[in-house]
Structure formats: structure tokens, C-alpha cells
Write a new protein. Structure first.
Length: 319
């Protein structure tokens, strides 16, 4: 278990409980189960207290937790007959974006998502979930295919933002993001999106311009990272806690502002503690969102999506 900075007291208690059980496993003849159970209860109470009212900055830390389930895990658990499709037919394949044909609840669909990777090697391979232009153009190709064959599109968002490197800019990063966002608005099939971790900047919007948008309880969705915002506004990245507060990046704030439609509850302590439970809840919400859109004609789906984004910002941002 990887513990976040604010979880250090919890790490101490759970560590002591595990030490006691390790002593018992060595066969020293010491009965420590009662003491370990008491520590477990203390840890459980502390966990509930910590997660009862997380600040925006702490939610940001949880959203970035390295053990949170990633796109590949959601696809493996929720979809069957997944056939990955690669490349943008122009430059190459971007491993930060994965997608292809699959079945969800035995119905054909197209699934697209950001993949961060789960260890050093895979994170480098997937560029930490930061897509290049070819990744967005691959998504456009998949959405075109979904539109042509009448397949719903499911997107899983988990990215710090689009890759800002020189090569990406040379290949038209902003243009690719804009066209991907425009494609989301054009397709005449149901499009649902779930923010499973970080929803960063235009890199997230390009996948989340959907009919229905859901966020996991401790995920974030923002135009810029708290660190980037602090560097611009205060010329000091250490002001990221203030920036996280001002950005209204939590699922709870965004639901109030009607930027998203649903909040998906996470297991106590975050999705990283019980990944299978979190993934199952996401699957249930995806099914509910698709059901909500069933029976709508292509024109109605496009109009629904367009109206959703035209009315954003109608609510006050006042605290």
C-alpha cells in the first residue's frame, strides 16, 4: 500500500498491526490477534475521519494515487471481446490513448481512454497518460467508426493533460484536441464519459464532451493543474493548495455547477483500496447513463450534447 502524505498516521497504525501479525506468523507462541484487531478498528475510524471531508488539494492527491485502477483495468473488468485498434493513419500510434471495439453488457460499443501505466516501465511507455496529437487523431478515427456503425462510445478520462513537448506542438497538438472535441459534438451515437482519476485541461475535454459525464468521488476535472495555476497566478507553485480551492475541480463542486451529471461513490479510503468494488460501481453507472440515452435518434443525441455544453456556466461560481 502506498500512503499519501496526509495518510502517514494511518500508515503507522496499520504498520503496527501488520508487525504484530508478522510476529504471530513466525510462531513465537504470542497471541496478538486481540491487539491487532484493536489497531484495525482504530485505523478504520481514522480512515473514515480523514476521508469524511477531504480538501480539494487532498482530493487531487487521491486522484493521482499510483494504485488507483487505470483504464486498462476497467476495460479488462467491464468489457468483453475487446479488440484494440492502433494508429491514426497519419503518423503513428500513441500509447497514452487506448481504444477499440468491445462489448459492454454484451452490447457492441467503442471504448476509448487514457492509460497512465502502473510501474516505471509502463508509465514511460504510456507517457504518463499524456496524449500526443496522434492519440487524439486515433480517438477521432474510432469515433468516426462508431458513428458509421451506430455504436455507443464510452470514454475513460485519466490524464494530467495533453503532452506539451516540442514534437507534439510541431504535429499540431492544439488542432488535434480541437478536432477531437468537435468530433465528440458531431457523432450521432450515445457518448458517455467517466473521469476515473485526473481530468486535466483540453486533454480531458477532448474525450469528455459527452452526453453524460460522471466522475469518481475523489477524481478531479479542471482547466489546469493546481501547480500550473499557482505558477501563473501567484508565480509560486507552492500555492497549489490555494489554487486547488479556487479551481472548483472536485466532483462535488462540478456537480453543483452542472458540469457533470453523476458522482460515483468510492470505497472508503479511495478506489485504490478496493479497486474491484470501484470498477464495478463505474460499470453500473455507465450502464445507467447508456440506458438514459437509449431510444434517442442521432439528431436528438447531437442536440442533447450541444445544449448541455451551451448551457454550462449558467450557474454562479460564487463560493
Amino acid at each position: 500500500m502506498v500512503y499519501l502524505d496526509f495518510e502517514k498516521p494511518l500508515a503507522d497504525i496499520e504498520g503496527k498491526a501488520e508487525e504484530l501479525r508478522a510476529m504471530a506468523r513466525k510462531g513465537d507462541g504470542v497471541d496478538v490477534e486481540k491487539e491487532a484487531a484493536a489497531l484495525d478498528k482504530k485505523a478504520g475510524d481514522l480512515l473514515k475521519e480523514m476521508y469524511r471531508n477531504l480538501s480539494p488539494w487532498r482530493k487531487t492527491q487521491v486522484a493521482r494515487h499510483p494504485d488507483r485502477p487505470h483504464c486498462s483495468q476497467y476495460i479488462e473488468a467491464l468489457f468483453t471481446d475487446y479488440t484494440p485498434l492502433a494508429g491514426d493513419r497519419a503518423f503513428g500510434d500513441d500509447h497514452a490513448v487506448m481504444g477499440g471495439l468491445a462489448r459492454f453488457n454484451d452490447a457492441p460499443c467503442v471504448v476509448i481512454g487514457h492509460e497512465k501505466g502502473n510501474d516505471t516501465k509502463s508509465r514511460i511507455h504510456h507517457n504518463f497518460g499524456m496524449a500526443r496529437p496522434e492519440g487524439y487523431r486515433k480517438a477521432i478515427r474510432l469515433m468516426d467508426m462508431a458513428h458509421r456503425f451506430g455504436l455507443p462510445v464510452i470514454t475513460l478520462v485519466d490524464t494530467p493533460g495533453a503532452y506539451p513537448g516540442k514534437g507534439a506542438e510541431e504535429r499540431g497538438q492544439s488542432e488535434a484536441i480541437a478536432r477531437c472535441t468537435m468530433k465528440c459534438l458531431e457523432i450521432g451515437v450515445p457518448l458517455v464519459s467517466v473521469v476515473i482519476g485526473e481530468g486535466g485541461s483540453g486533454g480531458a475535454v477532448a474525450f469528455a464532451t459527452a452526453n453524460r459525464i460522471a466522475m469518481l468521488e475523489h477524481s478531479i476535472y479542471s482547466v489546469i493543474s493546481p501547480e500550473g495555476c499557482a505558477s501563473i497566478l501567484w508565480k509560486d507553485s507552492d500555492k497549489m493548495r490555494d489554487a486547488a480551492e479556487a479551481l472548483r475541480l472536485t466532483a462535488q463542486d462540478l456537480k453543483k455547477l452542472d458540469v457533470i451529471d453523476r458522482i460515483i461513490a468510492e470505497p472508503m479510503g479511495g478506489a485504490q483500496r478496493l479497486p474491484a468494488e470501484a470498477i464495478a460501481k463505474v460499470g453500473t453507472e455507465i450502464a445507467a447513463m447508456l440506458e438514459d440515452l437509449s431510444g434517442k435518434s442521432p439528431a436528438e443525441l447531437i442536440a442533447d450534447r450541444r445544449q448541455k455544453f451551451l448551457t454550462m456556466g449558467a450557474h454562479s461560481l460564487a463560493a
